[in-house]
Design a protein around this ligand. Sequence first.
Ligand SMILES: Nc1nc2c(ncn2[C@@H]2O[C@H](COP(=O)(O)OP(=O)(O)OP(=O)(O)O)[C@@H](O)[C@H]2O)c(=O)[nH]1
Length: 297
Amino acid sequence: MEHTAGHKSGYVAIIGKPNAGKSTLMNRLLGSKVSITTHKPQTTRHQILGIHSEDDLQIIFLDTPGVINPRYELQKAMMKTVDRARADADIILLIVDVTDYEVPGRIFEMLSSLKGKKIFLVINKIDKTSGQQTEVVAKNIREKFDFDDTLLVSALNGEGLQELMDTIKTNLKEGPPFYPKDMLSEQPVRFFVAEMIREQLFLRYHQEIPYSSTIEIVQYDERDDLDYISADIIVNRDSQKGILIGKGGKAIKQLGRNAREVIEEFVEKKVYLDLHVKVRDKWREDPNRVRHYGYGY
Ligand SMILES: Nc1nc2c(ncn2[C@@H]2O[C@H](COP(=O)(O)OP(=O)(O)OP(=O)(O)O)[C@@H](O)[C@H]2O)c(=O)[nH]1
């Protein structure tokens, strides 16, 4: 049996409003892109797990969807994911964008209901404002909740991240590694491939298209010379199909090219990416479909 005396481990949930920088922070702490990030809110829909291992410790980060007031079934499933992450975690990081510092009451309620966990306030994007302003924001938030510690960081340029990492390590409890030490995440390759295609939707389309779409990998064949991937882009309404495809298929071809390049870099192999657009009327509002596409569970 593996000798684990002196070894530390724990789950760290990263929560906060949409666009606070949660995914950027996790990727930066891991030194690797595990979670997709874009300038648009609500990019993250699943609980994304990122594993940081050293000889004598293992930290399992849980990146979560931004906390919102859910309006449709997909968003309800996203919030269920946040609930589960905070329940699973030993340490919770509340990420607050220093330039968008209003913390909704529901987040404090959520934190107040937790017992026996360390809860840290992490003020992010401090590169965007003065030190004085950052202090004022931190002080105001601390008046509303008794955090175990406050950290000021920039997930983008790395400022304060070493201190954050040290604080997490100090607060880890003794425990065995939960995953093999060379593992970075637990989702299969096809999950990341779907996320990379979805990221392109967020980067390339406006308004409701990214929020109305999901990706289903229909076929993934690892061939000798290349990986053949067939994926469906599922949209919510018929009218969205045309917009997605674009005139003469131009828009979707460009999306496919961009996604393929990112996927090739990830799998370190040539990729043939076959994309199809499918309409599944109001899938976002349908609990069965939302579950079928893997959200909330
Ligand atoms: N200037 C600055 N921008 C940042 C920083 N951290 C994140 N951002 C930017 O903020 C935007 C949102 O970042 P994400 O990491 O996707 O945010 P998120 O909290 O995961 O967002 P959701 O998926 O909506 O929950 C991106 O455009 C990031 O580049 C930071 O420290 N400084």
